[in-house]
Ligand binder design. Structure first.
Ligand code: NHO
Length: 363
């Protein structure tokens, strides 16, 4: 049989997007049953595409876009262009753009499938969540977002399996942020004294774990977004990430810092506040960690610092690992636990690439 033809559009070529492009190149070379034709690639201020949809070389796309790209069209114009493409289209959103997220229903309604690590759409208003899935239904398109929780780890797919096979989730808890995991594991390690809070925050940013502005991790919003997504998949109609208690680690005086850089510069002034937390937990024979939980029975969601026994799996995490425990009827008293690296370009892009293949077989 001749290979299946699919058009691919990639928006966002930063930390995750650039790794995604190299994974796409590998997949295209190693999947002879499909021909992947890249017809659109863009970043914030540049786009590359041909009006006749002729193919863009995947290996050199980012470089060519940098040299000869033009300013990106408006979102409605992108949707018009993609919906007239010769083959079925998969749009890969590797940005953290709220405007693109809000237009997912318009992409989906026009038959364009979406794969993305962008959390904004799925953790925005509950109305947007409903619009996205009803638009996909009416457009005959698909939308996958595995990397929006736990990077490449199979968290969302596992959650869907519980729901779609009739299990009942009673509680979900764990460390959902690679940045927070890294910060607390190195700030309050089980052995040794740990390093300064502000130094750790700088390092996490350099390692590519944080969101583009580290305050989006430290204010707890990143974890709140992930819990919103999982809670909704489990059946809770959570209105938005601000509808449950979330503890912010941004000192009040730094909330107004102009940007991420100014924030990082002034953060050392507040190291003593975090030090107090660490010492208080130590005195009680515990360690402090930043966790989130969803109790499906009491319908309570919360995010913040808690103390753990040194033997608890949450206390023994390493690096930027995430750990997520699923308590369900079927699993009884021993939860299903998924643990592994939860941030960084390589593993986040893998979740996106895996979704691309899942969509592909259904097109
Ligand atoms: P970058 O490096 O800032 O890249 C963003 C790209 O989007 C740039 O090329 C920019 O030009 C382009 N862009 C922005 N707005 C655009 C627009 N309107 N039109 C066209 N292009 C536009 O960001 P990342 O790190 O590559 O992240 C990309 C997406 O992946 C974001 O939505 C982010 O939230 C998501 N994501 C990243 C990670 C990660 O590890 N970097 C993870 C999950 C999702 O699992 C990871 C995670 O949760 C990290 C979290 N901070 C944690 O747990 O600590």
């Amino acid at each position: 049989a001749p290979p299946k033809q699919v058009n691919i559009a990639v928006i966002g070529t930063g930390g995750v997007g650039s790794v995604f492009m190299s994974q796409l190149s590998w997949i295209a070379k190693n999947t002879p049953s499909t021909h992947f034709s890249l017809c659109y690639i863009a970043m914030i201020d540049k786009a590359l595409y041909n009006q006749d949809y002729s193919e863009i070389d995947i290996d050199t796309a980012v470089e060519t876009m940098g040299k000869t790209g033009s300013p990106p069209p408006t979102i409605p114009a992108i949707i018009d262009y993609l919906s007239a493409a010769p083959h079925k289209v998969i749009m890969v959103d590797n940005t953290s753009s709220g405007a693109i997220a809000e237009s997912y229903p318009s992409f989906l309604r026009r038959g364009i499938s979406i794969v993305t690590p962008n959390k904004k759409a799925f953790s925005g208003s509950y109305q947007l969540w409903q619009d996205i899935f009803s638009a996909a239904k009416s457009g005959g398109s698909l939308v996958y977002h595995e990397s929006s929780v736990g990077a490449g780890m199979p968290i969302i797919s596992t959650m869907k399996d519980f729901v779609q096979t009739g299990d009942e989730v009673t509680k979900i808890e764990g460390v959902f942020s690679g940045t927070m995991s890294y910060l607390f594991n190195s700030f309050a390690p089980l052995n040794g004294t740990g390093s300064k809070w502000s130094d750790n925050v700088k390092k996490a940013k350099e390692l590519g774990f944080t969101e583009p502005d580290p305050r989006d991790d430290l204010n707890g919003l990143d974890v709140a977004r992930k819990l919103t997504i999982l809670g909704r998949l489990a059946g809770l109609p959570i209105e938005d990430p601000s509808s449950f208690p979330v503890q912010s680690l941004i000192p009040g005086k730094l909330e107004s810092a102009k940007n991420g850089d100014e924030f990082l510069q002034r953060l050392p002034e507040f190291d003593s506040q975090m030090e107090e937390q660490k010492v208080a937990a130590q005195k009680a024979g515990k360690v402090v960690r930043y966790v989130g939980s969803i109790d499906m029975v009491s319908k309570q969601v919360k995010v913040g610092m808690e103390w753990f026994n040194p033997t608890d799996p949450i206390a023994t995490l390493k690096g930027s690992d995430n750990i997520i425990s699923f308590h369900t009827k079927r699993y009884g008293s021993m939860p299903l636990i998924i643990r592994g690296q939860g941030a960084g370009g390589d593993v986040t892009a893998m979740g996106v690439s895996g979704d691309l293949l899942k969509v592909l077989v259904q097109l």
